[in-house]
Design a protein around this ligand. Structure first.
Ligand SMILES: Cc1cc2nc3c(=O)[nH]c(=O)nc-3n(C[C@H](O)[C@H](O)[C@H](O)COP(=O)(O)OP(=O)(O)OC[C@H]3O[C@@H](n4cnc5c(N)ncnc54)[C@H](O)[C@@H]3O)c2cc1C
Ligand code: FES
Length: 322
């Protein structure tokens, strides 16, 4: 039998949640103005201070010791065990902000991929590898990785039209120049503070987007290499931006762009070529983004290849809860 609890957020009227739904799900169902991103405990966007009550928290590993001491919890990882009072955490520099903007360019380079360029009302600073929560007129808000570098008037996203998906498909079919958007960001911890090391980037599908942002930064800091980019797709039909990415790689001295296809030719996955492209990852930094199963497999493999855990920066593209 469901147990019901009241959940009060800041000074808003309490809503009712149950012991099965996460706090995030209950708040979203009730139409509360919550900030969230991955829905999977990876980004920290749904942090709240638990001012009163008790929760059952699955995973709070993304929170720092000081955030835990301050009573912060992740709404996407908690279920109520009593009536709750939640408070929005004090915002600090670098915390997500919500900006409005307009789509300035729409491209559909493949049968299921739409590229959007968006002009924001003001500049948004972010690190390559971070992402934003994009709300368009088409479907629920979704997290998408920035494909462009931070601090520029226009941001770029690469969005897959997942068959039957609520947002990607609708965006692919309907997005237009001039459409209004809201973007909340930056979010995510899959970025490196120190890029002056050998860099290996591993992506599948639209996981290429954050790698393009990383590459732009590497070029900006005149990274001497080595830089490796391994990009997996189902077949050649999924390819986009190959020339642009190759040109970016060519401007770095020791850089190599490798593409593999899981459903044609040698039928290879990124994990099949990683070891031959980079025999040891000792001293390297690794970025990985895309399919969550791929990210998990790569994480297991790089640990055996000498990579220090603190130099692993991953964004599994987990699907949202709604
Ligand atoms: C941190 C982060 C960054 C992300 N960055 C990007 C990005 O740059 N580009 C991008 O395209 N996506 C990105 N995603 C994924 C994106 O947020 C959506 O989850 C995804 O696009 C599906 O949303 P949807 O509304 O189209 O489908 P939904 O309505 O959410 O899903 C419909 C169904 O499709 C399944 N599904 C979801 N994703 C996939 C998939 N990739 N392949 C097959 N089935 C799937 C779901 O499990 C569900 O059953 C990111 C996700 C996270 C957490
Ligand atoms: S950690 Fe909760 S939405 Fe990402």
């Amino acid at each position: 039998m469901l147990k019901y609890y009241s959940i009060a957020l800041d000074d808003r009227a309490p809503i009712t949640g149950d012991h099965v739904d996460t706090l995030l799900k209950s708040l979203l169902k009730a139409g509360e103005p919550v900030t969230y991103g991955c829905g999977a405990g990876n980004c920290g966007a749904c942090r709240y201070v638990l001012a009163q009550g008790e929760v059952d928290q699955k995973n709070d590993s993304i929170l720092s010791a000081s955030q835990r001491e301050a009573g912060e919890i992740l709404a996407c990882q908690c279920r109520p065990l009593s009536d709750l009072v939640l408070q929005s955490p004090t915002r600090q520099q670098g915390d997500p902000v919500t900006l409005s903007g307009q789509i300035t360019r729409v491209e559909r380079p493949t049968a299921d991929l739409v590229k959007l360029r968006i002009k924001l009302e003001s500049l948004l600073d972010f690190e390559p590898g971070q992402y934003g929560l994009l709300k368009t007129p088409y479907g629920p808000a979704r997290p998408y990785s920035f494909a462009s570098p931070g601090g520029q008037p226009v941001v770029e996203f690469h969005i897959r039209a997942v068959p039957g998906g609520k947002t990607g498909q609708a965006l692919y079919e309907n997005a237009n120049r001039g459409d209004p958007i809201e973007l909340t960001g930056p979010m995510g911890n899959a970025y490196a503070k120190d890029l002056n090391r050998p860099i290996c980037m591993i992506a599948t599908g639209t996981g290429l987007a954050p790698m393009k942002s990383v590459l732009a930064r590497l070029i900006q800091i005149q990274h001497p290499g080595p830089v490796r980019l391994i990009w997996g797709n189902r077949s050649e039909q999924d390819l986009y931006e190959v020339r642009a990415i190759q040109a970016m790689m060519d401007s770095i001295d020791d850089a190599k762009f490798v593409q593999v296809f899981s459903r044609e030719g040698a039928c290879q996955r990124v994990t099949d070529v990683l070891q031959s492209e980079v025999p040891s990852l000792m001293g390297w930094t690794v970025f990985c983004a895309g399919n969550p199963d791929m990210v998990r497999d790569v994480e297991g493999q790089v640990a055996l290849m000498g990579l220090n855990q603190e130099n692993w920066h991953a964004d599994p593209f987990t699907a949202a809860e709604d």
